[in-house]
Ligand binder design. Structure first.
Ligand SMILES: Cc1cc2nc3c(=O)[nH]c(=O)nc-3n(C[C@H](O)[C@H](O)[C@H](O)COP(=O)(O)OP(=O)(O)OC[C@H]3O[C@@H](n4cnc5c(N)ncnc54)[C@H](O)[C@@H]3O)c2cc1C
Length: 469
């Protein structure tokens, strides 16, 4: 039984049991996020066990106009899950069951709090494959992947989370449960409502259960790291492998030379090849015919050397060696030797990438001569990640760096977010990539589904200027 005069902590404890709710002191024992070790803040953190419990929580919060912030694995890069002492945090950590794997229809039904890696490993035991993959796989959750429309290293072949989701269940701000648990590939019966929630960063509803499309597990995987001396070689290599490997190419990850040099410095990763090339590419292909696939892959690599598209190639001889190569791309702890670091995630046409990065680096150097801008990217998807260290300390540096990274995108029709979303960090910059009508339509959807503006308030599109971060 709850009453309007109870504190939100007491009301939630009365509704769900005290075991399900943490007070501000226990909330502060947690770190804010993967990126931010500062103590987490909230009026209460609630851990529902079922969709019905979450529905009761949101109904209660909505009646009180209580702001709610949803937590998955807290690996998001744009402060989308940030909270303050007035917020109620909803953590999906107890909704972490894989409910069903249908090996004939090749689907999995999972609760939102399941970690991505747990799903990958569980379906692999049944000879199936969930191909969405990213560096945060051990911590990020399926709900978070849906909410951010996560991408990662296999998008070039398997698409983003949006292409993996067949159906989902979500709870609206007022507690109503939208069950859209479709498991069919084709369903054109009216609007496909799941897309409202995919990529909406928890602003339109909280995702509780998801049906995802699986694939047959590949029986061959071939990997290589290549060194290249110009961006023209990078684009030639991309075309060469797309043509030669056909649909088998699943990862084409580019590292700018300075990034590779930094993360392979003594004390960090071992460099498998010379450290002074202009670019490095980690690529991977998957198939169903191990011998023929390996033969074709090796021939493709040899041609790249013969045709002088690549300067050097390293092929891992074991899974351990393969993982060590991937660590160079995925574990960039070395970059954080210099702080602060501002992380960006932009997308733009591949043909404009080289000139764009040069322009950003020139702008940054003109502003801060000691600045460093390291770059990696899923370039086959038109997606670059920039790590900017201004080389100095002080107030307001992040916003100035944002200008240097985002403004050159306008002329080439790029996007300020390829895969991380908007969160609070990029809210004010949304007009760079979206028209006034698009933003107004987003506000209309927000007002319709969450008229009280309780869900992830001030994130993605602020309903009122006062809500903006
Ligand atoms: C090392 C590293 C590598 C990464 N690489 C990639 C990459 O290659 N590609 C990529 O796309 N991202 C990448 N990311 C970013 C991040 O992992 C993804 O955005 C991921 O999808 C976030 O999932 P999460 O569970 O951690 O969500 P959180 O960080 O907890 O939340 C992210 C947003 O989603 C909302 N949310 C979370 N769960 C739900 C839910 N159930 N319902 C509604 N809203 C919810 C939150 O409120 C927040 O706005 C990387 C992060 C790290 C740390």
């Amino acid at each position: 039984m709850t009453t309007p005069h109870q504190s939100i902590f007491d009301a939630l404890s009365a509704a769900l049991g005290s075991d399900a709710v943490l007070d501000p002191g226990r909330v502060a024992d947690r770190a804010t996020s993967y990126w931010n070790p500062a103590p987490m803040q909230a009026a209460a953190l609630v851990r529902p066990r079922t969709t019905a419990e979450l529905s009761a929580v949101l109904k209660l919060c909505n009646e009180r106009g209580q702001s709610v912030v949803t937590h998955g694995g807290l690996t998001g890069c744009v402060e989308g899950a940030i909270s303050d002492s007035r917020d109620v945090i909803v953590s999906l950590e107890r909704m972490n069951a894989i409910e069903e794997i249908d090996s004939i229809g090749r689907t999995a039904t999972v609760q939102a709090g399941v970690a991505l890696q747990k799903l990958q490993e569980t379906v692999r035991e049944q000879g199936l494959y969930f191909p969405l993959d990213l560096g945060a796989r051990g911590s990020c959750t399926i709900g978070g992947n849906v909410a951010t429309n996560a991408g990662g290293i296999n998008v070039i072949r398997y698409g983003m989370m949006r292409q993996r989701v067949l159906g989902l269940e979500a709870v609206l701000a007022d507690g109503r449960i939208v069950s859209s648990m479709n498991r069919m590939l084709k369903n054109n019966a009216g609007y496909d409502l799941k897309h409202l929630f995919i990529g909406s960063e928890g602003t339109l509803g909280i995702v509780t259960r998801v049906i995802v499309q699986l694939e047959e597990a590949p029986s061959s995987r071939n990997s290589a790291m290549l060194a290249l001396d110009s961006f023209a070689q990078v684009t030639s290599l991309l075309r060469h492998v797309q043509k030669s490997l056909g649909g088998k190419l699943c990862a084409f990850e580019v590292m700018w030379g300075q990034y590779f040099h930094t993360v392979t410095a003594p004390g960090f990763h071992r460099a498998p090849m010379g450290r002074d090339h202009a670019f490095y590419v980690m690529l991977e292909a998957e198939g169903a015919q191990p011998e023929a696939d390996q033969e074709g892959f090796l021939a493709t690599m040899e041609q790249a050397l013969e045709q002088q598209i690549a300067a050097d190639v390293v092929i891992p001889g074991s899974e351990t060696e393969r993982r060590a190569l991937w660590e160079i791309r995925e574990n960039f702890q070395a970059l954080y030797e210099h702080k602060p670091i501002f992380l960006y995630d932009v997308s733009l046409p591949i043909r404009d990438m080289d000139a764009y990065i040069r322009e950003v680096q020139q702008r940054l150097k003109a502003r801060w001569p000691d600045s460093i801008c390291n770059v990696i990217g899923h370039i086959g998807d038109g997606n670059l990640h920039l790590f900017v260290h201004p080389g100095t300390e002080g107030e307001g540096l992040h916003k100035l760096a944002d200008d240097d990274v985002y403004l050159p995108l306008q002329a080439i029709g790029g996007s300020i977010s390829a895969e991380h979303g908007i969160g609070t960090e990029k809210c004010a910059r949304l007009p760079i990539s979206r028209s006034a009508i698009e933003i107004e339509l987003m506000r209309t959807l927000k007002r319709t589904l969450d008229p009280g503006g309780i869900l992830n308030r001030g994130k993605v599109v602020a309903l009122q200027a006062a809500d903006a971060a």
